[in-house]
Design a protein around this ligand. Structure first.
Ligand code: SF4
Length: 678
């Protein structure tokens, strides 16, 4: 049996989701397309009431499970609109491809997906690129493509590595600016490596998996390339006795969508055939059994520690010996630094018996083997692992994850990290992105872990965000039209008009990049993934109580902020502006406001009207000027009166008396001449 075979973590996850959805009993449960490419699994799910859909129209809403292959964004959107509850079973490795495709599209690059045209995973990835990605199945197709822009190339997760490499090689010759994303998933790689390794050791290979399963078909191709006969079956019923005849060793591997029960059935039928052919597999196996074998890892108990060796009881007829240099990878000065008497440890059998009949053991190699096994599992499942950064080397960091692994500088952070020294001694969570035991190569990435954490945070934040909330954020970018603010994974825009109650020419007048601020959520558009924010809404409103501050009839000072055809706007304080209508600019006819005032000029205005609700204030420069003239005249008169010793009342009183006397004189004269008779 191949070392890696059967259900991968992505498929298991999607199946678990389906099981839980049915158990939850909250209405009908559907899957978007068959959950896995395996007719038996799909039939089992149907029996449990889980229906695969390829069209949502006319279907009563229920729970819709997105399969591990993922789906284009339109499917999510339509499902939401039709009232379905979505359980997203997209495999994290596929999700990564979708994110890369979306990012490349956003950057305006051309996108190539190396994969099978029409495969649901490929359809989904293309969908996330806004259907801008082109699919290339093989190097020949790559030769036919022409590109005018920088290109990003990624692989369908179940691609054969060799095919991807060949397509990339072709593209490299044709595209000067090519960015390559290695997106073949860990489970696929391990199965492919295991298939080739096993095929090289056996007389025939049996590959179990659906004919529609992309990863199974790749396993078949790879096994065939080794030259052994390969039999591809979907179930035990297809096994043929003839295939096994006269063959000593048959290898078996199953694709990532093949259930355990099918694998077990195939093995059982094969064993039955062998038995009926007169060979007893169990007997054959038993005859090869030894108590211990070289290369085996077994556990034992430390029974004695000497300066140069450690004795371990492994249940063999004699105790095993670990030579000092086989205790640990790192430098040690005494065995006690690594083991103590009574410890249960794992040991690797280097030699079944030395010249004195003792097994020769190695703890160092056992640790090594276990570390490889742990890394292989982490690689397959995609589970992050922890490791301590040991040193900075050219191009990245060395991190200890049971073995020394390489963390490329480009995979350290979400953005380029110029200072790698600061990581030395730190424990990081990383994912194994490349594992090649034959070349002793382990490459890890912290970036993908951070990206996923960010993605999870983003998803949670999208759920939480609501209009009217006040949230903390960091200003990430200033543009002419506003400021982008990171709310913790999601960026929102504060439009320039929402930055301040006052008029703002450029966001840099109010904010700086990197500044931490509080903003109000003004709008959330989940479909277009847009968030509108407001800064002024969390600041005191200068229009509050403006009527009391600037009463009608009062004279105020302000600054002309801008001039329009019908007048000029005057700022009384930041955020509070009033209009001086053109008719209120001067006491003569004005054709254009600029004849009277200039932007930036300080002016005296009289408040004619205040409408707090509509945020309008009417002002008059003309009336303010008239009032000032009146005031000045009054002052002048008062000063003049004081200087002559005669008050204005007295002057007016004398003038009045003179006038009355004149009128009396005129009347008397008229009576004498009879002018008043009718
Ligand atoms: S084959 Fe790989 S990408 Fe596909 S579901 Fe399995 S783990 Fe995920």
């Amino acid at each position: 049996m191949a070392e890696h075979s059967g259900f991968c973590s992505g498929v298991r996850r999607a199946l678990d989701l389906a099981e839980k959805a049915v158990q939850g009993g909250k209405g009908p449960v559907y899957t978007w397309g068959p959950l896995v490419h395996n007719p038996r699994v799909v039939a089992d799910l149907k029996e449990k009431g889980i229906e695969p859909l390829t069209d949502l129209k006319g279907v009563p809403p229920g729970i819709l499970i997105i399969r591990a292959h993922g789906a284009p964004p339109e499917v999510f959107e339509e499902a939401r609109q039709r009232g379905f509850t979505i359980l997203d079973g997209t495999c994290p490795s596929v999700r990564r491809c979708q994110r890369i495709a979306a990012q490349l599209a956003q950057e305006g690059k051309e996108i190539v997906v190396v994969g099978k045209r029409g495969h649901p995973e490929v359809v989904g990835i293309c969908g996330w690129s806004g259907n801008r990605a082109v699919v290339v199945e093989n190097p020949a197709e790559g030769q036919e493509r022409y590109f005018t822009k920088p290109v990003g190339v990624l692989a369908q997760t179940t691609q054969r590595e060799e095919n991807f490499r060949d397509v990339v090689a072709v593209l490299k010759d044709r595209v000067p600016d090519l960015e390559v994303f290695q997106t073949i998933c860990g489970a696929t790689r391990l199965r492919q490596e295991a298939a080739v390794a096993l095929a090289r050791e056996v007389d025939a290979m049996v590959v179990i998996g659906a004919k529609t399963s992309s990863n199974t078909m790749e396993l078949v191709k790879l096994c065939r390339q080794t030259g052994v006969p390969v039999y591809h079956i979907e179930s035990a019923a297809e096994l043929c006795r003839e295939w096994l005849r006269n063959k000593d060793r048959i290898g078996v591997i199953a694709g990532a969508s093949t259930p355990d029960v099918t694998i077990e059935e195939v093995i059982k039928v094969m064993v039955d055939y062998q038995r009926s052919e007169g060979q007893n597999i169990e007997d054959m196996y038993a005859s090869t059994l030894r108590t211990i074998q070289e290369g085996e890892i077994i556990s034992g108990k430390v029974v004695r520690i000497d300066n140069d060796e450690v004795l371990v009881d492994i249940g063999y007829k004699s105790e095993g010996i670990i030579p000092f240099q086989e205790l640990a990878d790192k430098q040690i000065s005494s065995p006690e630094e690594v083991v103590k008497v009574g410890d249960e440890i794992n040991v690797y059998i280097m030699k079944v018996e030395n010249s004195e009949g003792n097994p020769l053991l190695s703890k160092r190699r056992a640790d090594h083997e276990q570390a490889w096994a742990k890394l292989a599992e982490a690689y397959e499942t995609g589970q992050p692992i922890e490791g301590e950064v040991l040193q900075v080397v050219k191009g990245g960091l060395i991190i200890f994850v049971g073995l020394r692994a390489f963390l490329p500088a480009s995979q350290v952070g979400l953005r380029y990290e110029p200072n790698l020294e600061k990581y030395v001694g730190q424990t990081l969570r990383v994912r194994v992105i490349e594992l090649d035991r034959s070349r002793n190569k382990v490459i890890v990435s912290q970036k993908v872990v951070l990206e996923e954490e960010l993605e999870a945070k983003r998803a949670a934040l999208w759920q939480e965000l609501a209009e009217g909330q006040v949230r903390k954020g960091t200003v990430t970018k200033l543009t002419d039209f506003g400021a982008f603010v990171d709310l913790g994974g999601i960026e929102g825009l504060v439009h320039i008009s929402e930055l301040s109650w006052a008029r703002v020419k450029h966001p840099s007048e109010v904010l700086q990049e990197g500044e931490e601020i509080e903003v109000m959520v003004l709008g959330v558009d989940r479909e277009r993934e847009r968030v509108s924010l407001g800064l002024k809404q969390v600041l005191p409103d200068p229009w509050d109580g403006v009527g009391e501050k600037y009463p009608v009839g009062s004279i105020q000072e302000g600054i002309v902020t801008h001039i329009v055809g019908f007048g000029a706007f005057v700022q009384l304080e930041p955020g509070v502006e009033g209009l001086v209508h053109i008719s209120q600019l001067a006491n003569h006819r004005v054709a254009e406001a600029s004849e009277v005032v200039q932007v930036g000029e300080k002016v005296r205005v009289k408040v004619l009207d205040v409408n707090e609700k509509d945020r309008r204030i009417s002002l008059s420069i003309k009336e303010a000027a008239e009032e000032k003239a009146r005031e000045e005249f009054t002052n002048y008169q008062e000063e003049a009166d004081t200087a002559s010793g005669i008050t204005i009342g007295e002057v007016l009183g004398d003038l009045l008396e003179e006038k009355e006397a004149e009128e009396v004189g005129d009347t008397e004269a008229a009576e004498e001449t009879g002018e008043n008779e009718e």
